[in-house]
Structures are given as structure tokens and as C-alpha cells.
Design a protein around this ligand. Sequence first.
Ligand SMILES: [Zn+2]
Length: 265
Amino acid sequence: MRHMPEGDTVWLAAQRMNQALTGQELTRGELRVPQLATLDLTGQTVSEVISRGKHMLFRFADDHTLRSHFRMDGSWRIHASGQPWRGGPAFAVRAVLSTQRWDCVGYRLHDLAYVPTANEGSLVGHLGPDVLGPEWDLEQAVARLSRDGDAEIGVALLDQRNLAGIGTLYRTEGLFLAGIRPQRRVADLEAGVLSALVDRIRRLMIGNRDHPEQSTTGSTRRGETHWIFERDPRPCRRCGTRIKRGEQGPPPNQRVTYWCPTCQP
Ligand SMILES: [Zn+2]
């Protein structure tokens, strides 16, 4: 089953794009979306590529920034110059950023935007502390989570305005490991419990960010990488209770969630 990429996936993709592009002059720079189709980035020098939550930011030496977002289905592929592109059909290509050595091809990208770097805040300023960012602030993340005490914790963790980068996988597995049912109200969890939960999720993401595999159990064996995520209706790997699956969040933004009725009372 596909699910929306998590912050660690975007972080790793940004690292790879940063290695391929930073300091390089673009020999080709096309954006194949109507609102940016006339923008030609050829000749621009890339100064860095970073992730901010689940957004990717390409900063250019002329103080402009290109933002892309994967949402459910996007990807950036890096091909050696002259080699065939393998990320999907040509009609799915949304961006081509080439150097003498590499063709970086963006497939099914969303939310492409190009702004002066000084105005990046208009694109990502609403985000809470970035779980994998250099300026991570646990206290602020917990404070933001606590603002909406009536929210269910499983919903609040996915709200990128509270903290940026968590998706359904780490939300689900983090709550399992902390023994907290996703439907519990934020206000019913003490600050220390919230803080430990967020810190645990961040450690899971850091443990996985350098490679594409996402294990929350320490095992990389097929079928053993997660505790409960996408494992219903099988028994909980810890206690044997049948794993439950449900939806959380206001329509139309319901997201699937999983829990163990015994381990998460
Ligand atoms: Zn259990």
C-alpha cells in the first residue's frame, strides 16, 4: 500500500539532490507546470537543496527558491547524463534540472513554486519545528501540540503546523511504542508524556533517514519492519491481540490509523 512519504524520505531525497546539484550550473532547467512553464532556469547555479518538513527547497545563487512537494506520489530521480529516464512516463515529468553530469527529473511533483529566497516564509512559514531540521525545538513542538487540547493525538501529530515531517507510519509506530491510543485527547496527556512521545518519533526518523528502508523495530526483514502499521488484522507482535484499523481526522482529510487495544489502552 502506498502512503505519503514521511519526513525522512524527503530528507534523504534532498541530501541526494544536494550532492548532485550544489555548486553546479544548470545546463537545463524546465518546469512543466502551467504556472511556471515560461521560467527557464538554465544557467542558474544551485547553492543548496534542503528539506523543510515534507517540502523540498532548491536555493539558487541569484537568491530565488524553488519548492516542490511529493504528496502521495511524487519523486525526484537522478540519472547520469545521457542515460534513459526511469521514473515514469514522460507526461508525468514536472521538472528537469540538469548539470553536465546529471539529469534530475521530478515526477508527479506537487505545489511547485518559485519565489525570492527572502519570501520562503510564504511557502513554509506556517510549519512547526522541523523534526529533522537543524533548528529542531522539542519544547516548541510540544507547546504547539498542546494548543489544541481537544484534538486527538493521532491527528495532532500529523498537523504540520504543530511539527513538520511526521506522516502516518511514524505517527502510528510512535504511539504504539509509547503505549498511547491514537484517539486520546492531547489534553489528557501530560507534557512529559508528549515530550517523550515526540522525542521517540524523532529518534525513529533519524535512525532511518540515511537509507530508504523504514524500520521501526530494528529488523530489516520483510514483514518484520513495523510493529502494527499496515499489519491489521494480524496479531500484535508484542501481545498477540488483533490489531485494529480505523480512520482519524476531519473529512475529507481522514487518514488511516492502527492500534493495539491491549498495548495502547
Ligand atoms: Zn499489543
